[in-house]
Design a protein around this ligand. Structure first.
Ligand SMILES: NC(=O)c1ccc[n+]([C@@H]2O[C@H](COP(=O)([O-])OP(=O)(O)OC[C@H]3O[C@@H](n4cnc5c(N)ncnc54)[C@H](OP(=O)(O)O)[C@@H]3O)[C@@H](O)[C@H]2O)c1
Length: 323
């Protein structure tokens, strides 16, 4: 597995997102043993970069990752996030210094570790100046509780202000064949400042793999049923995109998931996507994308895919995206 640098943090260029093992998607929490095997398989195959968050569950995903890493913590770059769960009794986002201080202690305990390698603010909190947020995070770095600071879905102004207080190592934002938002402004800014990008939902929440052809395949409580790209007939409208990805995959002798990941890997050596799966076989499939390099012509063809129907979030979660 090739490695890349997110600023001064070296990670395998493909990570593993663990959210779906406990949260949001069909089958979450149904087979923790297989989830732990999937984490172990990823580590055995050279993945060093694991991604979780306090809010996944909440809490249960960090506990699961902590269990999986028992005796295997060394060499792992462990990333988690705070800010969706309030520890001060607020109703919404909470990145107040007091809440961050409480959050980090809980994450350290559940992850059963003495340090977090990369600690992200999960969403920008409009009620706490980013300078105050990064100020506390810088204190946590100095105390050795966290090693690196990250932001998620932060806009250009916030990124600059945060980075002026303490170097930001990585921005984690949605980026995939059907979510191209970071390309126009964010990626050039990250490159100017030397910040890495961690594309989340790189498989389009599973859609780009071609394995989700109907909402009927998703559990009643699956979060994607409420997502505009899947709901209201848009899943069916968007199937042509999955079919286009599949056509390129067939040509190359790869799977659609591998093509979606290889396309991201072709975008630079300062980004590390974190595909999510709770299954060993899919970990193996996704990790194998490391060996696929697309030709410039194939990248251009994928760049030109039809844009999807539907926003990437419904109105309320979209309102939490910093611009
Ligand atoms: N910062 C943020 O706000 C934010 C938001 C969302 C996600 N994330 C992070 O990003 C990670 C990845 O994103 P994601 O899980 O939302 O989406 P994703 O990686 O784009 O897709 C995950 C979905 O694809 C399926 N899948 C994975 N590999 C597959 C394959 N080879 N073939 C067919 N299906 C496959 C998974 O199902 P199975 O599990 O059943 O295999 C799961 O339903 C998360 O785990 C989380 O750590 C962060």
């Amino acid at each position: 597995m090739k490695h890349v640098r997110l600023r001064d943090l070296e990670v395998s260029r493909l990570g593993l997102g663990t959210m779906g093992m406990s949260f949001a998607y069909s089958g979450a929490g149904s087979d923790d043993d297989e989830s732990i095997r999937a984490i172990h398989r990823a580590l055995d195959l050279g993945v060093t970069f694991l991604d979780t968050a306090e809010v996944y569950g909440p809490f249960t995903n960090e506990e699961l990752v902590g269990r999986a890493l028992k005796g295997r913590r060394d060499g792992v770059v462990l990333a988690t996030k705070f800010g969706f769960v309030s520890h001060t009794g607020r109703a919404g986002l909470d990145s107040s210094p007091a809440s961050i201080r409480a959050a980090v202690e809980g994450s350290l305990r559940r992850l059963d570790t003495d340090h977090i390698d990369l600690y992200y603010q999960h969403r920008v909190d409009p009620d706490t100046p980013i300078e105050d947020v990064v100020g506390v995070l810088a204190e946590l770095v100095a105390e050795g509780k966290i090693r690196h600071i990250g932001l998620s879905e932060a806009g250009p102004g916030t990124i600059r202000r945060a980075h002026a207080v303490h170097p930001v190592t990585a921005l984690q934002s949605e980026y995939s064949l059907w979510t191209r938002d970071p390309e126009a402004e964010i990626l050039p800014l990250l490159r100017e400042l030397g910040i890495g990008l961690v594309p989340y939902s790189p498989l389009g929440r599973g859609f780009l793999t071609g394995q989700i052809r109907s909402l009927d395949e998703l559990d009643e409580g699956d979060w994607r049923r409420t997502n505009p790209r899947f709901a209201g007939g848009n899943l069916e409208r968007n199937l042509a995109i999955a079919d286009e990805v599949a056509a390129v995959a067939t040509e190359i002798g790869a799977t659609p998931a591998q093509i979606a990941l290889a396309w991201l890997l072709a975008k630079g050596d300062d980004l590390a996507p974190i595909p999510g799966t709770k299954r060993v076989a899919r970990v193996e499939e996704n990790v194998a994308a490391d060996a696929i390099s697309l030709t410039p012509e194939q990248v251009r063809r994928l760049d030109a895919l039809t844009p999807p129907a539907g926003e990437r979030y419904a109105e309320a979660p979209m309102g939490l995206i910093d611009r």
